[in-house]
Design a protein around this ligand. Structure first.
Ligand code: M6R
Length: 608
């Protein structure tokens, strides 16, 4: 969310702060600012927009000379993204400045109290009350002031504070919002997360709740909010190779979610040429493609869910019947494969035992198999007759995200290709669809950058017992994947149902407060899904809806709505899955689960 970096030492502070903030950029933010003490006074530069703007405004920090400063990247909660709402915030004469992550919950009362005492507020933020409250209590003793303020505020905070009267010190404090401090031979650092300062020091202290740190250039002291000094042990951060590959992300899963725009681009773009789709790896002529009578998609887990979406898209665009099988079922059910059938197996790892067995079964019966595979040179890639690679790169987190997204777009390409050669998609429509495909990476990025809405929402469901996902058609396929994401990493029981099935049993499970996530991206089905939402709501459910921007009608039936940008309904899965991935992720993080390596699971299931 927001990022904090501070430095006091013998070096110039501004470039260090800018560098640290840049390492927190992935968290998302809408403005950035710095406060640097120049030897006489505190100077502040802040700007709405990317960190680059702040870098340009300060010539990489050069125009803000000084060896003590604090910086911040803000993601707006109270007040729109703007220069004035950006941090740092300061008191009337600019002698006290503060950067803050978190939310001051009683800021309205505090603001009223301070306004009554004559304080004037410039911004709409909750943070500005801190600057004025510090001013209100400041009688020459910064430590005492900070403790008094912390006793008055409710909510969460990680704070960096500068007093112009004490330019040789930075104060930091924390409650329910992460904060670390570190030290090297040149100075001391504060940061909201380790990667921000890892370049400068590996000697890190984790600040605990309701602790205060007083940092000087050559040492730091830790206190309780009652000013009692405490001793803390430092931790030497020794990133292993894996951690380094996380590129500063807390988990591989988060990093991989953020790689989805690239993954989708890499899987799509090489196959879109001159307003046409060219899938050389199919090794099939247009005549052969026209001869396909049926498609069998076989896969496990999320790859199966991608296959479910593939069924709706291929049937919708190419009018070829599609059967989707779980590989573990397919291999033993003596499936009926008739002439003209095409078998498609989908696998990220290319090593899944059941999928490999299904492939062998199909081949043994004399059918050509197309593999949609991520890992180059894997068993499935080697044994399939033809391979369409999803260019997602290595996926480390057990819960798949980017490989699933790549599988989806590979299936869209296949469906469009088939629809095109079979004359089911008109030229104009085809070109428009290519345009929609090209927009997907940016739209996914937009959804990722808006993650905070879902992150906040997720916090409420850390203690959930059961969660239900419902949807119709493609939305049912999305629900299956959304549900799997949640349960596999957070261990919360969750189920996905075709929304129309609820009345046939499941609805009896709905209790007061049960979360039902309703996915509604298909315009033809909006009204139907709304009816199902109303039914669960009437029985006490809390309804989270994931829908398209145009479907405002849903607000009548939903308690919380996440909108996805406009796209062709056949491609909506690629967008709707993003908030659901984030939901599963943040619930799991909130529960303290081992997100990347959930219990009992392996990345590649090489046994039956
Ligand atoms: O490597 P594969 O795509 O064949 O793996 C299939 C499933 O094991 C996999 O999708 C699994 O369900 C993941 N844990 C889902 O996140």
């Amino acid at each position: 969310m927001c990022g904090i970096v501070g430095y006091i030492g013998t070096k110039q502070a501004a470039p260090i702060i800018l560098d640290g903030l840049s390492r927190l950029e992935y968290r998302g933010y809408d403005s950035a600012g710095m406060a640097i003490y120049d030897g006489e006074k505190i100077n502040i530069t802040k700007s709405v927009g990317r960190l680059k703007i702040l870098e340009n405004l300060t010539h990489g920090g050069e125009t803000m000379a000084g060896i003590c400063g604090i910086g911040h990247t803000r993601w707006a909660t109270h007040g729109v993204p703007s220069n004035v709402n950006a941090h740092p915030h300061f008191n009337a004469d600019g002698t006290i400045t503060v950067v803050h992550n978190g939310i001051i919950e009683n800021y309205i009362q505090l603001r009223r109290m301070l306004t009554d005492k004559g304080y004037q507020f410039l911004s709409e933020t909750d943070t500005e009350v801190l600057a004025h409250l510090l001013d209100y209590y400041y009688k020459g003793n910064p430590m005492e002031t900070v403790t008094k303020v912390l006793h008055r505020v409710e909510g969460s905070y990680a704070l960096g504070i500068l007093f112009a009267d004490c330019p040789d010190q930075i104060f930091a404090a924390r409650k329910d919002s992460p904060l670390v401090v570190g030290q090297n031979q040149d100075g001391c650092f504060i940061a909201s997360d380790v990667p921000a300062i890892l370049k400068y020091t590996r000697k890190i202290y984790y600040v605990d709740n309701q602790e205060i740190v007083r940092l000087r250039a050559d040492h730091m002291h830790f206190y309780t909010v009652d000013e009692e000094e405490i001793q803390k042990e430092s931790v030497t951060i020794d990133w292993d190779a894996n951690a380094a590959e996380k590129a500063g992300y807390e988990h591989f899963m988060l990093k991989e979610m953020y790689e989805q725009p690239k993954t989708v681009t890499d899987t799509l773009l090489p196959r879109i040429k001159d307003n046409d789709i060219v899938i050389e790896e199919l090794n099939m002529t247009d005549d052969e493609l026209r001869g396909i009578r049926k498609i069998h998609i076989v896969a496990c887990g999320s790859a199966y869910h991608a296959g479910m979406t593939g069924k709706y898209v291929i049937e919708g665009l190419a009018r070829i019947p599609v059967e989707v099988d779980l590989a573990s079922e397919f291999r033993y059910r003596n499936p009926i494969l008739e002439e003209g059938a095409m078998v498609v197996v989908i696998s990220q790892s290319g090593e899944t035992a059941d999928t490999l067995a299904a492939l062998r079964e199909a081949k043994a019966r004399g059918f050509q198999v197309l593999g949609i595979v991520n890992v180059v040179g894997s068993s499935i890639a080697r044994e399939a007759d033809n391979v369409m690679y999803t260019w997602a790169g290595p996926e480390i987190a057990v819960a798949t995200t980017k490989a699933y997204s790549a599988q989806l777009v590979a299936l869209y390409l296949l469906a469009m290709k088939l629809g095109r050669v079979r004359g089911q998609i008109k030229n104009k429509e085809f070109v428009a669809m290519l345009g929609d495909l090209r927009c997907l990476p940016d739209q996914i990025e937009l959804l990722l950058n808006n993650k905070f809405k879902i992150q906040k929402f997720s916090n409420r469901y850390i203690g959930a017992k059961d969660v239900f996902f419902i949807g119709r058609g493609i939305d049912y396929a999305i629900s299956l994947e959304g549900s799997l994401k949640l349960k596999e990493i957070s261990y919360i029981h969750s189920e996905a149902y075709a929304a129309g099935e609820l009345k046939h049993g499941t609805i009896s499970l709905i209790e007061e407060g049960t979360l039902v996530a309703a996915v509604s991206t298909q315009p033809d089905l909006y009204a139907k899904t709304i009816s199902n939402m109303v039914e669960v709501k009437a029985r006490g459910a809390f309804v989270l809806a994931v829908t398209c921007e145009e479907n405002k009608e849903i607000e009548k039936a939903a308690d919380y709505v996440i909108y996805i940008p406009e796209t062709n309904p056949f491609f909506a899965n690629s967008l709707a899955i993003i908030p659901l991935q984030l939901f599963g992720y943040y619930v799991a993080v909130g529960k303290g689960c081992d997100v990347d390596k959930p219990r009992n699971l392996a990345k590649s299931v090489t046994v039956e």
